[in-house]
Design a protein. Sequence first.
Length: 608
Amino acid sequence: MRRRQRFLFKLGLIGTIGIFLFLLLNNALSPAKSTDEIKAEARIQSKGDTEIEKAQEKQIADLETTAERIDWHDHDAITRDLNREGLGEQGKKAYLEDHDRDREKLMYRQNGFNAMLSDAISVNRSVPDIRYEGCKHQKYLKKLPKASIIFIFYDEHPSVLYRSIYSVLNRSPQHLLEEIILVDDFSDRDSLKQPLDDYIAANFDIVKVVRLEKRTGLIGARMAGARVAKGEVLIFFDSHIETNYNWLPPLLEPIAINPKASVCPFIDVVSHSDFEYRAQDEGARGAFDWQFYYKRLPLLPEDLLDRAKPFKSPIMAGGLFAIGTDFFWQLGGYDEGLDIWGGEQYELSFKIWMCGGELLDAPCSRVAHIYRGPMDSRKNPRNTDYVHKNYKRVAEVWMDEYKEYLYAHDEGLYETIDAGDISKQVALRKQNKCKSFKWFMQNVAFDLTKVYPPVEPPDYAFGTLQSLANERLCVDTLNVGLHNPVGLYPCAENHKRPQKNQNWALSWHRDLRLRNHKECLDVAESGPNAKAKLWECHGQGGNQFWFYEENSKMVKHGSNLDRCLEADLSSHKVYVNKCDELKDSMKWQFGFVNSSALANFNKKDGEF
Ligand SMILES: *[C@@H]1O[C@H](CO)[C@@H](O)[C@H](O)[C@H]1NC(C)=O
Ligand SMILES: *[C@@H]1O[C@H](CO)[C@@H](O)[C@H](O)[C@H]1NC(C)=O
């Protein structure tokens, strides 16, 4: 309580000086510095590192240049797969014909994916090799450590679990697999008890099952798997995945070079409806915002030079990763005070970086994951808000003064939550001589606050967007929902604080969004009468870049600033057309304009 009051007092005080000045003063956030400047500073700071670290670095450099590398591809298996035909083969979209639609729907709802379709697709199916060209010729160290693959599951659909296992067995060099460990987190389904044991006995010899006696959640289940694992490397997987060709060597090599590396594969997607295997995106660096939503940062110029090379990532997505067994235990594994799930990827990522390790993404290792679709809710394993309790534990142990930003974003919530006993984690941090969170923010996540500022800068303008050609009309979502054009509607009475439909903000992202929401006006067309549609905000400018010119009262779109929002009074539509100062239909008034902020619109260049 007291801590929080002090923080609010601090905020209040500094608020009078202005938030930007606050950011400037708080050197932790380094607002005005460019990426290069920040990194140059980081280099100077890390000069103070110990002799041991230097010796380690030399060892790593030697290994990287001198050791023998080989082509790990199983070319025969790849050719065999290319010749496979059938439902869902080559990762193609699959459909069921002539079947029980009601049963299909029921199984879909129970699993969040088309489980009946999964049963019809081979557990050995082939997948498309969508790796970067460079990956297909990449060689890896001849000597690689052996891995234990740990699949945790709760009520997983059997054929999906079996396909996950087969994809690992079929696409890994056998002598690099120590074992595959399945951890059953106290599933309710009978199909996962004796029938699973029988299936394993009949088909696999390196698969073991660990059964938990009560529902433990992702974190506890992973720890149970790790405890019995014998491999030099632990690979944690969700139980609904499919690996791609040659996925394993690129995950293991960085750990062979640096035992304190943890490596994530590129995550592809298996569609929950038709089981198509496809890429998700071209990769990004992991991050978080100040409510602990997992976020991503753009790749750095150096990450793009060779797409086959691993790149550094501040935060892991969490579902799929490899880590050296010794390093995992040196870090104490996961904090077992973390319950069920939530925050564990932050805890592990923070301590990997802060305690002398590194976290990498390996683009040549691709593993696809089924992101579930709509499903019946499963029973909540706890009656408490375990997620925020987890977040608070992570913040208290690792985030130093930055934890206050997390707490400030959820007004009062964290005050009511007891983080429990964290003495073991605090001792572990001390014992490992882990660096500060400020070090992490300046050296690893150095561009995070630019994209996700801990204190949101004010909106340039907000409230209704009123047409000056007909002052009764305002831009309104018309309740159409995402991806549809907005229009004009009679204005709300309160122009500064209208209802959500008309409450727009020219935000610091320099987009025009529903105030305090994540829906933006997006113009994709470039011809006359281009429609302004409601779209998810991406914060990257482009089709969503807007500016308000206070003098001319024009709302300008796109970085050329030559296209303007226009009211069509007869049809009550709004368009974007070539700017014309003489047109009243292009003049608009916001409910509130922050002139001082707007005066600096161009200066900030997106840096905070
Ligand atoms: C999958 O492949 C394995 C050999 O790798 C084989 O033993 C098994 O019978 C196959 N299963 C199916 C259902 O095709
Ligand atoms: C207007 O912007 C300034 C910064 O330029 C900020 O300090 C102030 O709080 C803002 N006012 C409102 C009402 O948002």
